[in-house]
Every structure is written in C-alpha cells, then in structure tokens.
Design a protein around this ligand. Structure first.
Ligand code: 4AZ
Length: 446
C-alpha cells in the first residue's frame, strides 16, 4: 500500500500524525491551516450549532415583539340620561339589545379612531344594572397587544384613551366620568365572562357565498359553538343546540328510537370523531303533544338534560333563545348547520357543514304548490323555492340561527321536516322556537 506522507527520523509519518502534531503545538499565524486541522464533522457541528443559536435568538425576539395576545378589560360606568328599565335584566330583550348596541358603538368610536385602533378587537356589554343616578353598565373590552408590552403600560393607554375620548366625542349617552372604573382581567376570567354569554362567536368568520349542507361548505372550529350531536349507542342521530351548560334543545322526532337516557350521549365540536367534548345524558323531555298525530310533525321539540355540565370554551358554548314575542322577518337571512346527508337518503358527514337560507313567509309556504296548508303556527319555512340549498336527514334537531344587530346569534328554528332535500318548492320546515319559548322555560328554567 502506498503512503502519502513525509519521512521523519527515518520513518514515514502519515498526514494524520502530522495533524495530531500540529494540535499539540498550534500555529496561530495561519487561520487556513487552523481550519484544515479541524475534521469536517466538527465543522459541521459548529455550523449547525451557530445556525440553531441564531434561529433561537431570532425566534425569541420575534416572539416577544410580534406575538400578539388577547388582553381583556372590564370597564364600568354610570349612564345618567337613561332610566333603568326592568327589561335590562334579561340580555335577550330588545331593550337590552338597544342600549348595549349604543354602548358598544360608543366604545368602537372611542378606540377605532385612536392610536389603539389596530389593537382594539371588540366590546361586549355583559351587564346593565339599576342605579339611583341611571344605569350602571359593565363592558368587557378585548384588545390585541404584543406580549412584550407590559400590563401597566397597556392599561394606561386604554384608560387614557377611554377617559380623553369620552369627553370629546359626541354621543347620545351621558357618561358620568367620575364613575369610570377600568380593571384588567386575566385571560381565564376574560374568557369565562365571554364564553358564558350566549350567542357569541369569538372570531370573525367571513362567508364565501351561498352554500348548501348538501354539498356545501365545511364549518370551522368555533364558527357554530352551540352545535351539538346527539347519539344513540354512540352513532350520530340528530343535531341539537346548547342552550345552557346542562341543557340541549332538539327535535322530538329524534327519539323515535326511544328515550332511555342511558343509550344516548351528546358530543360537541365540529368533528363527530374526534369530538371536543362528550357528555352522558340524564333526562330526555319530549313535548307532551308530539306524536298525537292530529297534524303530522307538530310539536317537534324536545329538551335533553346532560349528566354533567359542559365546560364552556370559545369553541363550545350556548346560543341565545329569543323572547317569545320576537319576530324574525320574512326573507331575512339565517344559517342552518349539521352533519346531515349531502343528498336525500345519503350518509352523515364527519365535519359540520353550514348553509345560508332565507325565512319564507308561512303564507307562501302554505300555498298549494308548496306545502298546501301543512305549516302550523309552531313551524316556519326557510330555504329557497328554487331548491338546492337545504337541510337534510341527520340535520334534524339542529339549529337555524340568525345574528342580531350586535352580532349575537339567536335560535330561530329546529330542523324538523321537509319533502326530501333541496327540492324545488319544498323548502326545509323548522320548529318555530319563539312559539315554544314558554314550554322550553317550563321544562328547563331557561
Ligand atoms: C329528515 O328526514 C329531514 N329538507 C330533515 C330535514 C329535511 C328533510 C328531511 C329538510 O330528518
């Protein structure tokens, strides 16, 4: 074998030995040589270590400078030019909605035109209480600040803008400046306060046109947080709506398979498998007059009590129930959601779907070419006379919802029946929630 090397003391020494020699007596004057004495794997390790170190430093800097986090504040103040109305006691009344909308618009004007405009997310009135001087309002404010911003600094910014702009902007509400109290809420308390309010959707979701459940658009997590699936022996039977942490509202016809609570479970989250949460059922109450077939499909309503309370999160919480007197206008837009079939007699799907439908007047829906008089006062029609967009089998019991002017979602109907799915002149028929509002209260206390 040929050696490439030098002769020393009459013997041939290899390059490896030479390099070992250099490492004992280093020569600093030649960096090239110093590099050459490093083995390639060592160089690779050093390079990788330097890259990882740099990436870590850059990552940490971006995390602290650019990572925005939600910060919650509670602000309370006295409104002096409004007299307290007992209807403010319930969040679902028109009176509560009107005053809250005024307050939320005022908050929006305060922050949207300030240097905090990019940081301000939303405001939500959580309470209106009586006071000898007027009405005491309690509002949750949500901002997005960089994690690096100190709590004291951001609180100071919000407090200053709030007080300064309340003095200068024109509003129809007179706020007593001396009563303003601003406190920062920790994330857990802020989340809890908002998740315990009905009908709130925590993110803004944009819609991309009109879809149908049959072939329509998939819902995203948190988009319809009140949607539940009720399951018989572990398989999806019907949709349902969360109306409190222990009660669901659904259709009576879902329990044709029996009302033994031990065979029923409920799941939450947009996927049937795996769900976000699952609960056992304690009690099923079907409307007493359902199935006394004077009119087919009448009184198609039931409530389900859960064995333990749902843990409310931004992805799983309740929808608002309308007042019995509320009127949802004909032709107004609603959304129906469910895991039901994509076509008549098809299979259920694993991911929740949504479709935009319009309320059709009972007069039109009862006309000869539509349902010829089958629609009773406890029902309402929604969809399109041209068909295509509709709920279908497996969507039954699920919610038909509409947002009010504050962006709060109310339950309009419960998917009930229809002549197949998406057929011309055969829109979906829903149980009218306002008609059964007092029945729901009598069974659940809600
Ligand atoms: C059903 O059988 C069903 N197209 C639900 C809704 C509709 C039709 C049938 C509405 O559960």
């Amino acid at each position: 074998m040929l050696h490439s090397g030098l002769w020393r003391s009459g013997r041939c020494i290899s390059q490896t030995e030479l390099l070992a020699d250099f490492s004992v007596v280093p020569s600093d004057s030649d960096p090239d040589r110093a590099m050459r004495r490093l083995e390639p794997w060592k160089i690779a390790v050093i390079v990788v270590a330097v890259i990882v170190g740099l990436a870590l430093i850059i990552g940490l800097i971006t995390f602290f400078l650019c990572n925005d986090q939600d910060r919650y504040y509670n602000v309370s103040f006295l409104i002096t030019n409004v007299n307290y109305d007992p209807q403010y006691n319930r969040q679902t009344t028109d009176e509560f909605r009107n005053l809250s909308e005024g307050i939320e618009t005022m908050m929006s004007e305060i922050f949207k035109e300030s240097f905090l405009s990019k940081r301000y997310i939303r405001s939500h009135v959580v309470n209106l209480s009586p006071d000898p001087g007027g009405v005491l309002a309690s509002v949750v404010l949500v901002f997005k600040f960089a994690s690096a911003d100190s709590e004291a600094t951001t609180w100071g910014h919000v407090n200053r803008v709030l007080r300064r702009r309340l003095k200068t902007i024109p509003t129809s509400l007179d706020v007593d400046q001396s009563t303003i109290r601003l406190t920062e809420l920790n994330k857990k308390n802020g989340d809890n306060l908002l998740n315990n309010c009905c009908g709130i959707r925590r993110q803004a979701f944009s819609f991309t046109g009109v879809e149908r459940i049959t072939g329509g658009q998939r819902a995203r997590e948190g988009e319809w947080p009140w949607q539940a699936s009720i399951q018989l022996d572990g398989s999806h039977r019907c949709g349902a709506s969360i109306i409190s942490n222990t009660w669901l509202l659904t259709a009576a016809h879902c329990f044709r398979g029996g009302t033994n609570p031990r065979r029923w479970t409920a799941s939450f989250g947009i996927l049937l498998r795996p769900p976000k949460q699952k609960k056992l059922v304690r009690r099923i109450i079907v409307h007493e007059r359902y199935g006394n077939v004077v009119v087919d499909h009448e009184h198609d309503v039931a409530v389900v009590e859960l064995a333990s309370p749902i843990e409310f999160t931004s992805d799983v919480h309740s929808v608002c129930l309308p007042e019995a007197s509320h009127i949802f206008p004909d032709n107004s837009s609603c959304f129906v959601t469910g895991w039901g079939a994509l076509e008549n007699d098809g299979y259920s799907v694993n991911q929740l779907r949504q479709a935009e439908v319009k309320i059709i007047s009972t007069e039109i829906c009862n006309s000869r070419q539509v349902y010829g008089g089958a629609i009773t006062p406890g029902m309402l029609c929604a969809g399109y006379l041209e068909g295509q967009v509709d709920a279908c089998q497996g969507d039954s019991g699920g919610p038909l919802v509409q947002a009010n002017s504050r962006g709060i979602w109310y339950l309009v109907g419960i998917v009930s029946w229809g002549d197949e799915c998406g057929k011309r002149n055969k829109p979906g028929v829903y149980t009218r929630v306002t008609y059964y509002r007092n029945w729901i209260h009598s069974k659940t206390g809600i």
